[in-house]
Design a protein around this ligand. Structure first.
Ligand code: UD1
Ligand code: UDP
Length: 368
């Protein structure tokens, strides 16, 4: 089976590591993977670092689309991906998550009848002002195989009209939904011990054995509204009077928060995945608007204050391990104080068994 995998943004490159690893370890004789990087993320610390560190095969193609408005960026990707699909003639296309690279892949492949496999299907924020919500809905409805990381994702698709008892062979008009666990959980389990052996960021930052809070911020709704951005950064400043805050800054945020600094806040460039895991594992608390970082805080049994009004990862809020604080300074501080004083102790397994990638590959081979 020949698959074309589309990646483009940082979290997709990291997710692809799990699938490529499973192909190399268990399916090398049966599956050929062609990797297409759209070039949505291009700085070394947003892209190349993950290939170097996580053993992901070098992309076979890079479309170098770079940054642009949604329409321009997505259009360039669709054009490039369509040509590659016509040349490569794969059996299916694998797409991750909900970025513009995901949307472009879904549109390009479905129009020329290449079956789409969507990994991280079914997630919904029920907030269509998020570009990601549009991307994930379109991608799900262009897919032949949909793999949901959580039970909530599976139920969302059932509610949207996906029949859960379709029989194969599957295609865009007769899609199959599988609930299989989260591919990022595979990665976190795999790289957790490697992180502490291979990287020394905490030592470099003078944080070994010291308490600190890890924060990330990049959602456009937060960075592109001065009011929301200031409220969140003010909350970080206030919290830093009590505990060190480490903030690896996304380039989108760097452009909007020029000049931001505070005595006890360590602002870094984006860090590598192993460095990120090390920081997550040893933090007291995580503050984030990132989808991936929310989940990883849960994987490493850390409380999380979510800097958004809602989340697609509803389970982590339902268990009490995470709290939605939006861009509300008082709510952020209140939730942070609560978790610093009373860390949650229950982290039920809601993200599968760490073998989602193998499950998905098996189903791709047998279901399409
Ligand atoms: C994108 C995804 C978002 C995902 C995030 C992961 C969409 C619509 N959004 O958001 O779902 O959570 O990636 O990080 O697909 N930039 C650089 N260097 C880079 C990449 C970006 O400087 O290597 C800057 C540019 O100014 C660019 C801005 O960041 O305009 C935003 O990049 P873009 O890829 O459009 O969106 P993200 O905010 O990264
Ligand atoms: N991440 C990283 N370095 C950083 C910040 C995040 O390696 O400086 C990783 C993080 O551990 C997670 C993924 O990037 O695996 C999340 O990506 P991001 O927050 O950019 O996007 P989202 O998950 O919100 O789409």
């Amino acid at each position: 089976m020949k698959i074309v995998t589309i990646i483009g943004a940082r979290p997709q490159i990291i997710k692809a590591a799990a699938l490529s690893r499973a192909i190399k370890d268990h399916y090398a004789d049966r599956i050929q993977e062609v990797i297409v990087h759209t070039g949505q993320h291009y700085d070394d610390n947003m892209s190349q670092v993950f290939f170097d560190e996580l053993g992901i095969p070098h992309p076979d193609y890079n479309l170098h689309v770079g940054s642009a408005s949604h329409g321009v960026q997505t259009a360039k990707m669709i054009e490039g991906i369509e040509q590659i699909l016509m040349d490569e003639k794969p059996d299916c296309m694998v797409l991750y998550g909900d970025t513009n690279s995901t949307l472009a892949g879904a549109v390009a492949a479905s129009k020329i009848h290449v079956p789409v496999v969507h990994i991280e299907a079914g997630l919904r924020s029920f907030n269509k002002s998020m570009p990601e919500e549009i991307n994930r809905i379109v991608c799900d409805h262009c897919s032949a195989l949909l793999f949901t990381p959580t039970r909530a994702g599976f139920e969302n698709l059932a509610r949207e009209g996906f029949s859960i008892d379709n029989v194969g062979p599957y295609d865009i008009d007769n899609p199959k939904v599988y609930h299989c666990g989260d591919i990022m959980y595979d990665n976190s389990l795999h790289f957790s011990s490697i992180a502490d052996q291979k990287v020394s960021l905490l030592k470099q930052l003078g944080l070994e054995g010291k308490p600190y809070v890890l924060a990330t911020l990049h959602r456009d709704s937060n960075t592109d509204s001065p009011e929301r951005l200031n409220a969140i950064l003010d909350a970080f400043k206030e919290l830093s009077k009590e505990i060190t805050v480490v903030l690896p800054m996304h380039p989108r945020t760097r452009k909007k928060a020029t000049g931001f600094h505070a005595d006890n806040i360590i602002v870094t460039e984006p860090v590598s995945f192993l460095e990120m895991i090390q920081m997550e594992k040893h933090a007291q608390l995580v503050l984030t608007d990132s989808g991936g970082v929310q989940k990883e805080s849960y994987f490493f049994k850390k409380p999380c204050v979510i800097l958004r009004p809602e989340t697609e990862w509803v389970e982590i809020v339902e268990t009490g391990a995470a709290t939605l604080a939006d861009a509300d300074k008082e709510k952020i501080l209140e939730a942070s104080h609560h978790y610093l004083q009373q860390p949650p102790i229950n982290f039920p397994e809601v993200f599968g068994d760490g073998h989602a990638a193998e499950f998905m590959l098996e189903k791709m081979l047998t279901s399409l």
